[in-house]
Each structure stands twice: as C-alpha cells, then as structure tokens.
Design a protein around this ligand. Sequence first.
Ligand SMILES: NC(=O)c1ccc[n+]([C@@H]2O[C@H](COP(=O)([O-])OP(=O)(O)OC[C@H]3O[C@@H](n4cnc5c(N)ncnc54)[C@H](O)[C@@H]3O)[C@@H](O)[C@H]2O)c1
Ligand SMILES: [Zn+2]
Length: 643
Amino acid sequence: MDALNDLIRISAAVGADPSLVLGNFGNTSVKTDDNKWMYIKTSGTALTEVSDEQGWRRVRVADVLNLLSDKQLPRMDEARRAVHLDAALLLACDDDQPADCKPSVETFFHALLDKVVVHLHPEAVLSAACSKDGPQLTATLFARGKYPPLWLPYKGLGYPCARTIRTLAARYESEHGRRPEVLIMQNHGLIVSAGSTEAALRLVKKTVAAFANCQKPITPLASQTPDPKTLNADRSAIRQAVFNAAGRYVAVHGWLDGQMRALLADPNAKAFCRGGAITPDEAVILHGGPLWLETLDPARLTRQLVKRKQAGAPLPVGFAVKGMGLFTAVSATQIPFVGDFARSYLRVRRDVLHGGLRCIPRVLAERYAETKAQPAPAGVLSGRLAVVTGAGSGLGRSIAVGLARAGANVGLADIDAAAIDQTAQFIAAERPDVATLPLPCNVTDEKAVDAAFQTLMDIWGGVDILVNAAGVAPAYSLVELPVDKWRFALEVNLTGYFLMARAAARIMIAQAIGGAIINISSKSGLEPSKNNTPYNATKAGEIHMARGWALELGPHNIRVNSVCPGNVFEGSKIWNPEYIKVCAKKYGIKLEEVIPYYISKTALNREIKGQDIADSVVFLASDQARRMTGQTLVVDAGQVFVR
Ligand SMILES: NC(=O)c1ccc[n+]([C@@H]2O[C@H](COP(=O)([O-])OP(=O)(O)OC[C@H]3O[C@@H](n4cnc5c(N)ncnc54)[C@H](O)[C@@H]3O)[C@@H](O)[C@H]2O)c1
Ligand SMILES: [Zn+2]
C-alpha cells in the first residue's frame, strides 16, 4: 500500500502545478520495493483524480518487461499488435479495479525505469522538445551535470517508444554507469525517474525550471474592445465555414485578451502558426497550429477548409486572425480547456522558432486526430446551439432538458435566475457532454434580449435553434379582464416572442447555415378556451407570427414552426392553485376534479408530460423536419381537431 500512497501523493503534487502539466495530461507510477508490482495511473484519469479507490491499476512488472522482449511482437502488423498489447496489458493487471480501466498507454516505459516515474508535457520542456536544435539546447543547459538528460528521438507512443527507451537507456547505462533519470522526449515531453517520490518531484521541478529560463516572457498588449459587429461576423464566418466543410455544429469562442494578442502580434507569428502538429497532444486537441488569417472572408475560408477536408486533413481547431486574436471552434463544453491548451501551444511554437519547429510526421498526426477525436455529443441535435425562453419552469425546462438529451447545448433564458440554475443542474447531471449557458433576461425588454444574445455570441459564437416558451396566462372573463393584464399578456406572449425571434434570426441569417425557430403556442391558439381572452389572442398570434416568419426566413433555410400543447400540469406555474380555482368554477367541479376532468377530454385519455412536448420540439428542430416550415404540431393527446 505504500507504493499506492506514493502514487496518489506524487500524482496530486504534479497535477496541481500548472507549470508542470499541460491539459492535465501525463502519467505516474510507483513500484513496490521488490520491483514485482507497479501502481500506475489509468488512461483517461486526470493526475489530480488518482485516489485510494480509483484512477490506478496494479501491474506485474515482469509481464510488461516480457512483452517488451517478445521477439514476435516487433514483426507483427501494427494494428494487430495494438489489439494484442491492449489485451496483454489488462492481463498483466492484478487488482479489484473495473476491467475496463486501462493502465496508461505508456505502461511499457514505466516498467523499464526506476521506482518512481513521472511523465509530463510541461510547456517549458516542449519548447526544446519540439525544436530542431532541442538536443544541443538540452546538452548546453545541463552541461555541468554529471548525468545529462537522455534525448529520445520521436518513435510514436506506447510500445515503440518504450522499445527505443530500452535500447538508448542501456547504452546510457554503459556510458554513465546508471540508468538515465531525466529523459527528454522529442515532440512529446519529459520523463523523470527516481528512487523516491521526493527525489522525483525535485528532479521534475529542477528540470522544468532550467527550460523555463529559456522561455521568452509574454508582455500583454493593452486591452482593446473590438467592434462587436466585426467580431460577431468573424464568429459567424468560422461557424459557417466549419459547417460547410465538415457538417459539424461548433461553438466559436474568441480569445482576444492582451496576452493572446501579444503572442499573435509577434513578428514571427505567421511563421510559427504554420505547420503540422508538434506533439501527439497537439494533433489530437488542436489538429496542428492555428490557421493564420490576414482577414476573415467567409467564402474564402469555406473554400480553404473544404480543400483541406478533401485532401483528407483534419480541420484546424484554432483560427488566428491578424490583429484580433485567436478563435477556437470546438464542442461548447471544451471551450475553456481548448483555449488554455491553444495558448500554451502558441507560446511553445513562438519559443521554438529560433531553432526551427520540428513537427511530427503528417500521417501520424492525422491518425491521432482521427482516432482520438473528441466525440461530439450523441443525439440528433449533436453540438447545435439552442436558446430556450422560460427555461426555468414547466414546459421551457422540459424542452431545455429534451434538447440537451438530443445533444444540443442550451442557452437558458428566463426572468428567474435561480430557476435557470436548477435547470442547468438537471442537465449537467444527465448530460455532462453538453453545455448550458445562463441567459437571465426579461423577454419583453429589447435591450435585455439583445444583451442576452450578445452574451451568447461572446461565449458560443452562434445560435441554431430558438424555442420561445416564456408565456403567461392571466385568466379572467371578458367582463372582468383588467386592461393591464391584457397588455401584460401581449407583452410577454407576443412582444417577447418577437424580440427573441428577431435577435436569433439576425444571427442565423449571418451564419448562413440555416436554423430552426419554434413558438410554443397552445391548443388555445387554435380553439379558444373560456375566460382566457389575452391567452387565446396571443397564442393564436404566435402561430400566425410563426407563419409570417417562415415566409420571410425560408430563403435562408431557417424554418419556423409552432407546437400547440394540450394541458400539461407537470412542473407548470400556469397551473397554480388560483388558476385551478378559476377552472373549477368554470366547469362547476371540485378542485381535485380539475386535472382528471381535463385528461378525460382527450382522445387518448392520458396525461401529457413535459417530455411529450420536448420530443415534438426536438423533431421540429432536427433535420428530420427539414421540409417543414410554417406548420403547427398539435400535441394534446387528441383534444382539438381544428387547424
Ligand atoms: N402548461 C400548459 O398546460 C401549457 C399548455 C399549452 C401551452 N403552454 C405554453 O407553454 C409555455 C410555458 O408554460 P408553462 O406552463 O411551463 O409556464 P410556467 O409559468 O411554469 O413557466 C413559464 C416560465 O417563463 C418565465 N417567464 C415569464 N415571463 C417572463 C419574461 N417576461 N421573461 C423571461 N421569462 C419569463 C417564468 O419565469 C417561468 O419560468 C407558455 O408559453 C404557455 O403558454 C403551456
Ligand atoms: Zn505523454
């Protein structure tokens, strides 16, 4: 257990230090004193997540070493060998961990080295590891040490890398009388190996500090506020080009701070952005350096990306726009991680340039990008950017959850900020692979609506789906209806729907990749209900507005449809005790008879739930409804049969 405790300690210590890890990648291992067992971090676990219970495997060292000396394996076809080794590594594990937890892909080289092994990709080390003069730079930096770092030429990951280490470490041992304790992996990172966790940690810090001394500082430029119109147009252009080239809905985020702009204002920026990936991680996460753009012309960018796609190359994730900053095009949940990662890699690229960038072979880079690509969220609306109003309660909440279940990221608009938070928590618990964005606003307030959409643009860079559901139902008989209640309903149910649709349509038109707008009307929009003048009028108005918008927006492939729900009691604040009282009075029945009474009026004689409405919205938002616009879907369990 000492070895496991050591593993937890060293993993936490290096994982918590941002100067040592990049993107939380890296792996660690600790062997038992008899060198029989090795506790090693599992693949896909963050360093800071290794604990008593999880994040590690206990591996038989001899089994791994035997695999490395197996004479058949080097001759085996690469793909077959990978499958064989995967299985063999799992067989070398002996513990109670779940069978699908794989030990690190680098288990092979860990087995070859001293008791404690730490493998990281520090930004400072990469500046040398990805530089053509990396070996000389490393030799000069450590010229005074008795045991210089061992330089490892790039031979891929896992097994081939370990085979190289085996040969070179043996040579090193015969020259220096002991195994190397610091290894610089060309185009990859750093390995440190020592007899104790303390010694390993000391060595890691000392080595990284030596390389960090060679890094140029970044002097941030003064902050500037770019014109929001230009910025929005740039974001739309990138979304459009990525969609046209790859059919993917991405979130486009701009990194425009003084530090990022300083990196890109470097006189060599154009040159250091260019070129393929410099490490496997950069190939997987960023698909190489960012695309350098002097100006951002949507048609030209589309042509560039389509050409790249046709040549079989992965699309860039970063777009460096001269004088503006860096834009990233990724899944919405990945924005912060990819932004940090891209910033580090820009710095590495800038610092490497003096010796010349050394890229990994293009075929390997493309293979990494392909096989380890971040999967897009599953579902018919995968990656789409949606906004739902009234998302804090009832139908709006059910629809937001339904869109998230279908793989969309959802902007949650509601006047009630606390209620938005709750909806966000529901979604996070069920679909951590999609993002939510709180957009607290009063939909009747023009400025607030436009500000909410600007927030959306600033964070995600676009919108593909708008669902208008924030509605009110002041229930009075005609003769008792106060004019302010009438005006209030007009404001929320009509002005609110209009303002949201106008703001969304402006963005959708600029993006030029289509879109879907859905108005949640009501069966009362088709057939009036008693004591509901403002509701009847506004709900009918919503359907008719949608039809008009369908005509106007059709040429942009923006579809506008309505959903008319029947009575949905679940989670609705419209169905509050006061409203139920009005209904009981209307039909001369007891309070507890109201809900069964409404259900009994449906042909299906079944209660309608929020998910029933959400499913119809997902359908209308999806490509399955691609030739439907200006239409009205009635989801009322069979109650209203008019149009
Ligand atoms: N529940 C039903 O039986 C039913 C039936 C047919 C249609 N609908 C329609 O579905 C929609 C939602 O109804 P519900 O029953 O879920 O209502 P609800 O009252 O439970 O939820 C409405 C949400 O809208 C928000 N909201 C209200 N005014 C707002 C404003 N000015 N700006 C921003 N947010 C505002 C509220 O804070 C609330 O979270 C309405 O348009 C309603 O007409 C409901
Ligand atoms: Zn690595």
